[in-house]
Design a protein around this ligand. Structure first.
Ligand SMILES: *Cc1c(COP(=O)(O)O)cnc(C)c1O
Length: 396
């Protein structure tokens, strides 16, 4: 390779490429859009006075989510974090357990484990998916754990490793086949954090439908939003019934009595939020198409620039491309902060990836595999403006 080819791309060249896609106006990272029946459905909710945790939109939203994902059941809740918390409890995660979670994730993945009184045990990423590396995790578990009475026990801490929570980073599916085999070999419950991957398929099947539970989020920055909200996906009827029960303060059905058979949670999604969700679901296919177009625009804009690439969905998967991501080559690491500076100075919102969870104060002492890939990715990834509206022609 010639010296010229190896020379790093300049941040101004990169700024130019981003602007050729998003235009000169300020651009947010991912903004919600309400172009359908949102107002109409909300108005109907208010006029009916059913604004809280019962009402027709809750049932409708759950039915639509189940139909869209082909999960047998969908249970809507107040947010994705609550969905993770309930799924972990219903998977049998108990105080004193450990749960395998990717070190590269939003903090909610680890927090939900901590809410159960369990400890997150951090896993390294894979370059192809950005998510949990099932092959290297298998090697790690072979050395670091032993099977006792059918349970996977951490030799160092003597704690049971009860579950694994892969997360589909920026919508890109992890190696689910690898995770499924691993979960079965080490007797781990599988809960998918699909908070970012509504619309993403792995081998033509929707993410979040492979494990005992899958979790979605409808926070304001996600592909569709209910203001705040989340959902639990499951194919198991007993789990679905329990999830609904536990999210409804574990109250036993009765016309007037207040009897609760467990310590439940007030985690149900209000009808108002579900109404927003129903309107957003109507536009979901359009939004997904727009996000694919945006990916192609960015890919084209960056195709001639050496040392940087737009991240491409892993093989065998169909990603929702929730956040478009720029990945710098190893010899361009010094560019990251420069790019963040020049873009944000022009109100073009770009962001680094999360600080690895193992480096957050509450998790300093949590067990962890070596995180070489996470440490490399952390320095090399930049999230770009990704709102579906950016793929429209006015931004060409
Ligand atoms: C958004 C998100 C969640 C859940 O977020 P809520 O704001 O509680 O809905 C969980 N995990 C990941 C990876 C997320 O991106």
């Amino acid at each position: 390779m010639s010296a010229i080819l190896r020379k790093s791309a300049k941040s101004s060249e990169i700024l130019g490429a981003i602007k050729s896609v998003v235009g000169d106006e300020p651009a947010n990272l991912h903004e919600p859009s309400f172009e359908g029946n949102e107002l109409e459905y909300l108005k109907e909710c208010i006029e009916s006075t059913f604004v809280s945790s019962s009402g027709k939109y809750v049932d409708k939203f759950e039915d639509e989510l189940a139909a869209f994902t082909s999960a047998k059941f969908a249970i809507s809740v107040v947010n994705g974090t609550a969905a993770l918390h309930l799924s972990l409890i219903l998977s049998g995660v108990k105080p004193g357990d450990e749960v395998l979670v990717p070190a590269l994730s939003f903090v909610a993945t680890a927090n939900a484990v901590a809410y159960c009184g369990a400890t997150p045990h951090f896993v390294d990423s894979n370059y192809e998916t950005l998510g949990l590396d099932a092959n290297r995790l298998r090697e790690y578990l072979r050395v670091e754990t032993k099977m006792v009475n059918g349970y996977c026990v951490n030799k160092k801490t003597q704690r049971i490793i009860r579950a694994v929570v892969p997360m589909h980073t920026f919508g890109h599916p992890v190696d689910i086949d690898g995770v499924l085999t691993l979960a079965s070999d080490f007797n781990l419950q599988l809960i998918e954090d699909a908070a970012e991957s509504l619309g993403s398929l792995y081998r033509n099947r929707h993410t979040g439908t492979f494990g005992s539970f899958g979790v979605l989020s409808f926070n304001g920055n996600k592909t569709i939003t209910t203001g705040g909200g989340g959902a639990i996906l499951t194919n198991n009827e007993e789990f679905a019934t329990k999830a609904k029960h536990m999210s409804t303060t574990a109250r036993l059905k009765h016309n007037w009595e207040f009897k609760h058979d467990e310590i439940g949670f007030n985690y149900r999604m209000p009808n108002l939020n579900a109404a927003l969700g129903c309107a957003q679901m109507e536009k979901l296919p359009e939004k997904l198409q727009a996000k694919k177009r945006l990916f192609h625009k960015y890919s084209e804009a960056f195709s001639g620039i050496k040392g940087v690439k737009i991240f491409v969905e892993p093989q065998g998967s169909n990603s929702n491309y929730w956040l478009q991501t720029l990945i710098l080559s190893e010899d361009n690491l010094e560019l990251r902060d420069e790019i963040l500076e020049v873009t944000n100075a022009q109100k073009i919102m770009t962001r680094p990836i999360w600080t690895p969870l193992s480096e957050l104060r509450p998790y300093f002492s949590s067990p962890s595999m070596k995180l070489d890939v996470v440490k490399s990715l952390e320095k090399r990834l930049i999230s770009l403006p990704s709102s579906p509206s950016l793929s429209l022609e006015k931004h060409a």
